[in-house]
Write a protein that binds this ligand. Structure first.
Ligand SMILES: *Cc1c(COP(=O)(O)O)cnc(C)c1O
Length: 389
């Protein structure tokens, strides 16, 4: 039974059979008509997930490459950049901008807290020098979700800065309304809610961001969006793309359309509620509060004396349940359950039951069945896939 695994980390995520079938298709000419048709279909099909009418650019790289691409194309050396840091991924983006010569100011919020739009308003009032703001939608390292709509409003009300958004662990699982919120760049990647292997990143830019692409003086080659735009007119990419992953994304978008975006969002919401309630029933408190919790990853504090490494090891060896630990300063202090993409209520119940059994084994006193009972009560039995009858 070793190939039956509950892969519940916040990316890479489990691959649906329909995606696996597409991934095994024979290779095609990436300069031929069959590719062009798939490319157009996928890039058009992604627009509702981005909440945009503007074109989506496809890059062959991981999510970090997408963040780097968004940065080098819209930020120039010497530009003042405000990086909103709510965890490891926000810090990474700040480091990228700094490496390329931007003057980066970090606005940090404590682990488990979302960014406060009022603090951002206060910082930007009368500060026309900030040319870009970097924001993480869903901070995967702490399990919080930022209120992009409110933050975008705070920025627009007080400055002309571009708002660049890391939506790698949110897009496709929670609503992203790029155009309506007024976001200038949205970055995502294939291996999270898009239910695919790592390999492709997608970036959508607003007209204002495209103007910045023309102006930006940062050197760039592989990630040059001007080249991407030129080749896009032929429905091609400048360089050889991850063709198989494009096939996989096509299948994933078909699945998302079939389930319906609102149902996809509800499922993720319910999975988060189930994970939070289940852990609380075990005496394990989520790191994020009830007002800013992530719908795609639940980070859970572990009490002194509960060895996270040992817990994760037992989950893996005895239950085939794979969950993530903490990153950087949070290592040993939290574990994280990823519940995005091809995940349903039974995956979460499996994880909760396994955590319950092993935390009992490690000396915590918990009532048998408490976690799954709490998860079911919290979601009133609605965490299921809403399959048509
Ligand atoms: C996964 C993730 C990334 C991208 O990481 P890669 O390993 O480069 O794909 C970026 N931002 C967030 C918030 C993520 O969760």
């Amino acid at each position: 039974m070793h190939d039956k695994q509950y892969l519940l980390i916040p990316g890479p995520t489990p691959l649906p059979p329909a995606v696996l079938r597409e991934l095994s298709r024979p290779m095609i000419n990436h300069r031929g008509p069959e590719f062009a048709a798939r490319y157009r279909k996928v890039l058009e099909g992604l627009k509702p997930l981005f909440g945009t009418q503007h074109p989506v650019t496809m890059l062959t790289c991981s999510g970090t490459g997408g963040l780097e691409a968004a940065t080098v194309n819209t930020v120039s050396p010497g530009d003042r950049v405000l990086a909103i840091v709510t965890g490891v991924f926000g810090a990474r983006w700040a480091a990228i901008a700094e490496r390329y010569g931007a003057q980066v100011e970090r606005m940090e919020f404590p682990a488990g807290h979302a960014a406060d739009p009022d603090v951002i308003t206060h910082r930007l009032e009368g500060a026309p020098e900030v040319s870009a703001v970097l924001l993480t939608h869903n901070e995967t390292s702490t399990g919080i979700m930022n209120d992009v709509e409110a933050i975008a409003a705070a920025i627009k009300g007080n400055s002309k800065a571009l708002l660049l958004l890391d939506a790698v662990s949110s897009l496709g699982a929670v609503p992203v309304e790029m155009d309506r919120w007024g976001v200038d760049a949205v970055v995502t990647a294939s291996q999270k809610a898009l239910m695919n292997p790592p390999g492709l990143a997608f970036v959508a830019l607003s007209p204002r961001a495209w103007e910045a692409v023309e102006r930006a003086t940062t050197p760039r080659f592989y990630f040059d969006f001007r080249m991407a735009r030129q080749f896009d007119q032929k429905s091609q990419t400048p360089w050889t793309p991850a063709v198989s992953v494009l096939f996989g994304i096509d299948a994933a978008l078909d699945m998302i359309r079939e389930e319906g975006l609102p149902a996809v969002f509800r499922r993720h919401e319910n999975l988060a509620l189930a994970a939070r309630a289940g852990c609380r029933a075990l005496g394990l408190e989520p790191l994020a509060g009830d007002r800013c919790y992530s719908r795609t990853v639940t980070a859970v504090k572990v009490p002194e004396g509960l060895d996270v490494q040992e817990l994760r090891k037992r989950l893996r060896l005895k239950h085939n349940v794979i969950i993530a630990g903490g990153q950087k300063e949070l290592e040993g202090k939290i574990f994280r359950i990823g519940h995005l993409g091809f995940v349903d209520q039974y995956d979460i119940l499996a994880a909760l039951s396994a955590i319950e059994e092993e935390s009992r084994g490690l000396g915590m006193s918990v009532k048998l069945g408490a976690a799954s009972e709490a998860a079911c009560v919290a979601t009133a039995g609605h965490a299921c896939l809403e399959v048509g009858m």
